[in-house]
Design a protein around this ligand. Sequence first.
Ligand SMILES: *[C@@H]1O[C@H](CO)[C@@H](O)[C@H](O)[C@H]1NC(C)=O
Ligand SMILES: *[C@@H]1O[C@H](CO)[C@@H](O)[C@H](O)[C@H]1NC(C)=O
Ligand SMILES: *[C@@H]1O[C@H](CO)[C@@H](O)[C@H](O)[C@H]1NC(C)=O
Length: 745
Amino acid sequence: ILFHPFSGVKPDVSLEIMKAGSVLRKAKSRMWRGHRHYKLQDDCKTIAYKSSWAMNSYSTCDVEAVREGHESDVFLSVADEYPPERCFTLVFRGRRGNLDLVAESAEEAQAWIRGMQTLIENLQSMGESEKLDQWISDLFLKADRNKDGRISFKEVRRLLKLMNMDMNEDHASSLFRMADKSQTGFLGSEEFVHFYKMLTQRKEVVELFQEYSSDGQTLSHCDLEEFLREEQLEGDRSQEHALELIQRYEPSDTAKANHTMSIDGFLMYLTSADGSIFNSEDQRLYQDMTQPLKHYFISSSHNTYLLEDQLKGRSSVEGYIQALKRGCRCLEIDCWDGSSGEPVVYHGHTFTSKILFKDVINTVAKYAFKTSEYPVILSIENRCSVEQQKVMAQLLKDILGDMLLRTTIDGKVPSVLPSPEELKGKILVKGKKIGGLESLDADNPVSGEVSDEDDSSELRRDSLTTESLPSDSKVSRCKSKQSLTKELSDLVIYCKNEHFNNFEHARIHGKPYDISSFSESKARKIIKEAAADFAQHNARQITRVYPSGLRTDSSNFCPQDMWNVGCQMVALNFQTAGLEMDLNDGLFSQNNRCGYVLKPEILRNSEQQFNPDKPQDPLIQVISGQQLPKVNNKVGSIVDPFVRVEIYGLPADQATQETSYIENNGLNPCWNETLEFAVHTPELALIRFVVEDYDMATKNDFIGQYTVPFSCIQSGYRHIHLLSKDGTSLRPSSLFVNINITEAS
Ligand SMILES: *[C@@H]1O[C@H](CO)[C@@H](O)[C@H](O)[C@H]1NC(C)=O
Ligand SMILES: *[C@@H]1O[C@H](CO)[C@@H](O)[C@H](O)[C@H]1NC(C)=O
Ligand SMILES: *[C@@H]1O[C@H](CO)[C@@H](O)[C@H](O)[C@H]1NC(C)=O
């Protein structure tokens, strides 16, 4: 094979050991005793293994990370069976389960761990053109059905179907003959690259290139500068910017030396991060991180421990790892008395499985600051006896050590919350507290009574599951008292759960460190009746909103309505993919994915009346799509794609528009349709691009999407790199658009 995705991988002892193959035990449970022979293939892309009935394989490209030792639910549950130095876990992208393996020796485990790390790093460091080569290489291997290293026209026809394109037979045949330079009736790998390039030629990009090229062949750096100024609106950047882009993206060394860009370089630039719709400046940590915590939207998860539904789903430390990796900064931990004196975490009164509180805290300690250094808040739902509350407090102190915030940062009673910057590297406990911070020095009792009203009603409602489904008002009224131990109460510093009476009461009696929780339905009711008061309240203190207890399927509510009035912690079920998580991922994709996004000015000032920025009118020309994935694996089935553009924001800004659909073309559909919007409050808006497969008879199938804060989009000719339903990259699938934003008069 000519183009080899891992041809850049240096020979390596670990990889040689993997290629020789090892007998590894797949750990599943105590009862399971499966030994298998795993072997890395020469292409470094496939790990093959033989099960009792067939040869199977994993693709190394699907592996996101490798963990050493007992770092998974399975290993935690059977920890005593295998020594940690022989254990490792392969973590796959998306929502696919882990693979837990046990080697025969520590050395062998190390070889697999190092080898996998080498492969993962290699994949991460691949440039755009190498990624494209890999895509073509995969296609070639797929097309070459009889594995003779060349492909016939018949194989090409089948490949086109696999690639989501229904091409006119004559056209395909003439391209095939043009590519077949050796005139053998077959395409070798090099000829195949040529065929592929002709097939995927971007007519719209060539036309754009020629429009700006003075000689019709190349873009001089002046041509490129003009393009950047006129179309990309990057004119304020210096002349060096054009030269930089040539250095970065032009593949030909002679053109580079001559400060010119070829069509290949131009396409490379347009499909790169610099050509993306998402302004790379806003992807960095660009916001002021020194404002009080209440001035930020905080990425928050609900029932973090659950991987599935709320009735009989599985609880797992994996939920915490996944949420933290996505930048989540507020985790939920539902604690109940465990049978062996140790608190456990699960969804009370249901058949969800239980995990140890200790394991959850160990996981948090390990993963809290891997994606973001800003503070992590543990929202603790405490349903434990006084004895086990003491165990909880001790575990938090022992395991988290210095990371756990134990006093106010200056030892004084705060008049305002500290900033994410001041709380870097700290873990905060959110929960009930006896008294307030003001009584720090007073003789506090060993334990106290706290009202058992707010979030407990969340749990109580959740537990009423399949029976008659009550409305909010019927259940939450039963008040009672719960005993809270001083040890746990003392760990609550800046995030004290406080019952919400009304805005007036909160304004007069509220403390800066009070947090009130609302169910989505209560929050919606308040928004309907008193949105402005709610927004002002949220400029003074933090509000958390959680999904209705009736969502036993772990579905989500739309977070935008809550962000509109400045609610900081809008807790979503991270385990459930879909529109709501797309919006959450979209909002928090800016500011270096650190989990904190500064609220717009209008939502930070408790005095000011609502006074949004200048309205903007975006014109979005949806030009074309590239290499859209198949949604249906049947060979004959090809997508009929269309694009829908959706704006989320204040009610007046919510809008959707769509293109018409194009029949039978997922490879290079061309729409050329302009959609027009009016956005009055751009600083609160998100824009979502969705591609679907049109279906006249049934529901359209989802193909891919991308969501970005409106204020982070760049004007001009841009690519949008699509994401799958669960948020993983669908490279090389993309949309090509032209964005023109005018200030509304
Ligand atoms: C270098 O650029 C000049 C002017 O733009 C052009 O005339 C010349 O042919 C180029 N040389 C090469 C090797 O591309
Ligand atoms: C779309 O616009 C491009 C550039 O103007 C043009 O080359 C192409 O033919 C158009 N395609 C369709 C399907 O209208
Ligand atoms: C954007 O649209 C406006 C109004 O249609 C037009 O005047 C302007 O030239 C366009 N700008 C660009 C960069 O295409």
